[in-house]
Write a new protein. Structure first.
Length: 415
């Protein structure tokens, strides 16, 4: 840790000199290289390791406070400049690569001993992958639009983001419970935490910009296997009615039935889809993990917004950078692993029975004897004890900081 801290300090001082005095910096760079031989492998030194430290923890709070001091120093030294808007990939030669190297050195993603070449070599590619991972982007190693946008966020903006989010982290500094679940909306991730360590971590799909997931604290009380899906009134009006106008067989194709509030089923053909008549009925989708919008399982927690976590048949979303796709509820990748963890204290609910229940399609509700605390949060910047700092786009505009990127939906960028 002492050596790492020394290297980070030396890197910062050296890289700042690069920006402040380019000609002199080249001489300093050669001296620096002589002192720090290239005794590392780019693919391993720049890899972002999985950490077991929860987002909401004293360790994350302390690391973020320390990172604020480091970023304040970067800002005081003049920041890190910008990189040209040029798409770059492995093997490309361009003057822009020199600026990119300087930028990556200053943020700690590239070792200063990696050279000053204008070639986009394996060292630069690995550093870009590291940077992309820290910013919630797919680590392609290529310089695309989203990566350039994140690279060109000024250091003072990132400092403001850290200062704002450390306040948010402090608000969770109390006892969160020995077992709890954290949903972080900006990173679209879910953590199950036990005894201060992350037991399982999941990619998630969270609320769209116009249908945001709420921020609240609750307790997980129930697991519904192979659930029905009762369509919320907002989705009936905004989605189902337009879909039925375009495709009259939509409800039948998706096994969604219509009921009166007295429980009488009515045919889709009996509804006037060019009026608000449909809003007077209950729409319920049959169970079935391969087509039901909730997939194989729903995880319930009491809250005023009537949201919950669940499986989904549309699992392709979990490979996307942009996972702001729901109407407020949270879709969970590998949800079975979370269910196994949630039911680990429930007698008779081992992994084998859970697997059997998924396969059977049987409708079963399981009440948790000891509810698990659940926190839906909005953290856009934090650091981990290993010295890594993470940033996410301000998807709902809650940071209120000019210059923080807003996540863009697929199709709005190239590369």
């Amino acid at each position: 840790m002492i050596a790492r801290a020394f290297l980070a300090t030396a890197t910062l001082a050296f890289a700042s000199a690069l920006v402040a005095a380019p000609a002199q910096a080249q001489t300093q760079y050669a001296q620096f290289q002589a002192e720090w031989a290239q005794n590392y492998d780019a693919a391993t030194r720049t890899r972002v390791e999985r950490v077991d430290t929860p987002l909401l923890s004293p360790e994350t709070l302390a690391a973020t406070e320390q990172m604020i001091a480091r970023y304040a120093d970067i800002v005081a030294r003049g920041g890190w400049g910008t990189v040209p808007d040029e798409r770059l990939t492995l093997g490309v030669r361009s003057p822009s690569v020199v600026a990119l190297r300087r930028r990556l050195i200053l943020s700690g993603d590239l070792d200063p001993t990696a050279g000053a070449s204008d070639v986009y070599d394996s060292f630069v590619e690995a550093a870009v992958r590291r940077f992309q991972t820290r910013h919630g982007l797919t680590p392609t190693g290529s310089l695309n639009t989203a990566t350039i946008v994140s690279l060109n966020v000024p250091a003072h903006v990132r400092l403001e983001q850290l200062e704002l989010n450390v306040v948010r982290l402090r608000s969770y500094s109390g006892d969160l419970g020995a077992r709890h679940v954290i949903v972080n909306i900006p990173s679209a991730t879910v953590e199950a935490v036990e005894n201060g360590m992350v037991a399982t971590r999941h990619a998630a799909g969270v609320g769209k910009v116009d249908r945001p997931s709420p921020i609240f604290n609750s307790r997980i009380t129930e697991i519904n296997f192979n659930p029905f899906w009762t369509v919320p009134a907002s989705i009936i009006r905004r989605d189902l009615i337009p879909l039925m106008q375009e495709n009259p067989s939509y409800l039948t194709d998706n096994r969604i039935r219509i009921f009166t509030h007295q429980g009488q089923e009515i045919a889709p053909q009996a509804v006037d889809w060019y009026s608000d008549e449909a809003t007077r009925y209950v729409f319920r989708q049959d169970p079935g993990g391969e087509f039901n919008s909730l997939g194989f399982v729903r995880i319930n927690m009491p809250n005023k917004d009537a949201v919950y976590m669940h499986d989904t048949p549309a699992r392709g979303i979990f490979g996307d950078d942009y996972r702001f796709v729901s109407s407020g509820c949270v879709r969970i990748q590998s949800v079975r692993e979370l269910v196994v963890w949630l039911l680990s204290e429930e007698q008779g609910w081992d992994r084998a029975r859970i697997d059997d229940t998924f396969r059977s399609g049987e409708r079963i509700d399981v009440q948790l004897r000891r509810p698990v605390s659940n926190y839906w949060t909005y953290i856009t910047a934090w650091a981990t004890p290993d010295g890594l700092v993470q940033f996410r786009d301000d998807i709902y505009g809650r940071d209120g900081i000019a210059g923080v990127p807003i996540a863009r939906a697929p199709g709005s960028e190239d590369g």
